[in-house]
Design a binder for this molecule. Structure first.
Ligand SMILES: *Cc1c(COP(=O)(O)O)cnc(C)c1O
Length: 354
């Protein structure tokens, strides 16, 4: 059935092995982030080959799916008050920034007769999650260390995701120095200093110092073979792990510019078209419900993506191979957002390549 997403398990496994080993050489353990593939079990199996310290996800439902796997699970989105029971049940460590929530976890731990590890997030400028004010961080720690069922595992940072802030050596030094300050002030030892995601992995690739950092949480670097500070493909990693195949349902010569009074398209944009005269257009049976059309590239030479509506992807195939016909299948390499849509769409069938 089409559209179909071909997931190359072997290639993902090779990336995972490389990334985990590169981190290990620097004394850094890895939480491999499973959210992009909705914690797909075959993809997760390929992660496990690399022997990461944790599997991590932002959604507790995904960690619940991994319940049988004997590895520590890390919840990387701050827990909702409404999911605390599952958080304690299905994760052993979570990223947190609210004392109220940590108290709820502590109470739930008592019920389940468990302990739970907490990594407190520090906001170093990306302005998504974490303590921005040091007084607030320290007063939270003062209480957290007295909660009997909570273990203060360490501190962490997340960068680039919302504010676009690129991690630098100085950013990492700052995180480590905050950790040392905490250790001194409270006379405790922090086991984990979690330095970020695939954008911090860029520093490691550049040979920069991550001294003191003990953990990274990696999704995109492994799944897509791409670092996220500058969106470069990582040398020696595989970059074509998710290939979408879709079928041509219409193939006709048409003008390149729409005819008539132009308003907004189905998604509230005013479309702009380059006048290329009459062109050969193909429509594929796949759309915005399944992909992000400007986050993918055609693998067939001479195929250009023009746009998409919910269920149609429109292509200029004027320069493509001459014998294209209705019913043919075209292939695309998907990037992060396109894979996210594709994995989430119930209309895309999944096939695993080994
Ligand atoms: C998604 C996420 C990650 C992984 O990000 P990648 O860019 O895919 O490596 C790490 N940490 C947190 C908190 C996240 O939300």
């Amino acid at each position: 059935m089409y559209p179909k997403l071909e997931i190359n398990i072997k290639k993902i496994e090779q990336n995972a092995l490389k990334a985990v080993n590169m981190c290990k050489e620097q004394g850094i353990d890895v939480a491999i982030v499973t959210k992009l593939t909705l914690a797909d079990s075959k993809v997760v199996d390929s992660f496990l080959k690399a022997k990461p310290k944790y599997l991590a996800d932002s959604r507790i439902k995904n960690l619940e799916k991994l319940g049988d796997i004997n590895i520590e699970k890390m919840l990387i989105r701050m827990p909702m008050a409404s999911e605390i029971e599952k958080v304690v049940k299905y994760s052993q460590v979570s990223l947190n920034s609210e004392l109220e929530t940590i108290k709820l976890i502590n109470e739930e731990c008592k019920k389940q007769n468990k302990t739970h590890k907490v990594i407190l997030m520090v906001d170093l400028g990306d302005l998504r999650e974490g303590f921005f004010k040091k007084e607030e961080l320290f007063s939270c720690i003062k209480e957290v260390i007295n909660l009997p069922n909570i273990i203060l595992e360490g501190i962490g940072v997340n960068l680039t995701c919302v504010g676009g802030v690129i991690p630098e050596e100085a950013t990492m030094e700052k995180l480590v120095s905050i950790a040392r300050e905490i250790e001194e002030a409270f006379n405790i030892k922090l086991n984990t200093i979690s330095g970020g995601n695939s954008s911090t992995f860029t520093l490691l690739l550049e040979g920069k110092s991550l001294k003191g950092i003990t953990n990274l949480r990696l999704g995109e670097a492994i799944l897509m073979g791409r670092e996220t500070s500058y969106q470069n493909f990582i040398e020696g990693f595989n970059h074509d792990n998710f290939i979408l195949k879709a079928q041509i349902i219409e193939l006709k010569e048409k003008p390149s510019v729409p005819i008539g009074k132009i308003g907004k398209d189905a998604f509230d944009n005013i479309p702009v078209f380059k006048d290329k005269g009459e062109i050969k257009k193909a429509i594929l049976a796949v759309g915005r419900q399944d992909i992000v059309w400007d986050n993918m590239v055609a693998l067939d030479e001479g195929v250009e993506i023009l746009g998409a509506s919910s269920d149609h992807l429109v292509l200029d195939v004027t320069k493509a191979r001459k014998d294209l016909k209705v019913g043919d299948i075209l292939s695309f390499n998907l990037f992060y957002s396109a894979v996210l849509a594709s994995m989430t769409s119930p209309y895309v069938s999944k096939e695993y390549i080994y």
